[in-house]
Design a protein around this ligand. Structure first.
Ligand code: MN
Length: 234
């Protein structure tokens, strides 16, 4: 017996300072995990963490020193940037207690949870799933993954996004409502985590729209930066 067509290629993210790559299994995302962003989206900032997923092949890996290119997607007039700290899982498990959670993290990267905000707002209004707003191709641009031991300060570091050189989002990763360890505890109660899982931990305030031609620069101190250009719709 054989496959009826070539098996899909496993998406891979470069590892910082190495020729190695990190194969991606799943992409989990945390909704509204910074107080000021929850408020700007019309919420109180005091709710239990909740999750959504993107398909693994939504990653748009960008190597160190390179600028990625993201096509402006269809069906939207409001493509929003959300800069996020991404945790890359190296050791799986279920029901992982927060106290042990960070031992499951292989490394960290700068990521963008790109969102078709107009579609998300429509789906919210109608009580429908967010998939079409969050899980489309190239919706998860990500920079190189830095091994955890090489990024000791990343859970209390400045996080920022600039568009065409202008600051749009700026905060600290320590301002997460639910810390990464708590996120992993909640997430692993709902799904069995496995090596290759990425967790987008939520975005700070200042989300906004980008246009074709815009250049994005995402930074978290201690990690490899993420550069991205938005290209015209094809
Ligand atoms: Mn997000």
């Amino acid at each position: 017996m054989s496959d009826v067509f070539d098996a899909p290629v496993v998406p891979r993210v470069p590892v910082a300072g190495s020729a190695d790559t990190f194969p991606v299994r799943r992409i989990y995302c945390v909704g509204r995990n910074y107080v000021e962003h929850a408020i700007e989206m019309g919420h109180t900032g005091r709710e239990a963490p909740f999750f959504f997923l993107k398909p693994a092949d939504a990653v748009l890996p960008v190597a160190a020193g390179e600028e990625g290119a993201m096509r402006y997607p269809g069906l939207t007039a409001s493509l929003h940037h959300e800069i996020e700290l991404v945790a890359a899982i190296g050791k799986g498990g279920r029901n992982i207690p927060a106290a042990q959670a960070l031992a499951h993290v292989w490394g960290y990267a700068v990521g963008l949870d790109m969102t078709r905000r107009d579609l998300q707002n429509d789906m919210k209004k109608q009580g429908r799933p967010w998939c079409i707003a969050k899980g489309f191709e190239q919706s998860a641009p990500i920079g190189p993954i830095t091994p955890a031991q090489a990024a000791p300060g990343v859970l209390d570091a400045p996080i920022e996004l600039l568009v065409n050189g202008q600051p749009r989002q700026a905060s600290r990763t320590s301002r997460l409502i639910w810390s990464l360890a708590e996120v992993i505890e909640h997430l692993s109660a709902a799904w069995e985590l496995a090596p290759g899982d990425l967790i987008f931990t939520g975005t700070p305030e200042g989300v906004g729209a980008v246009q074709p031609g815009d250049r994005l620069l995402g930074r978290i101190e201690g990690l490899s930066e993420l550069r991205l250009r938005v290209t015209p719709q094809e």
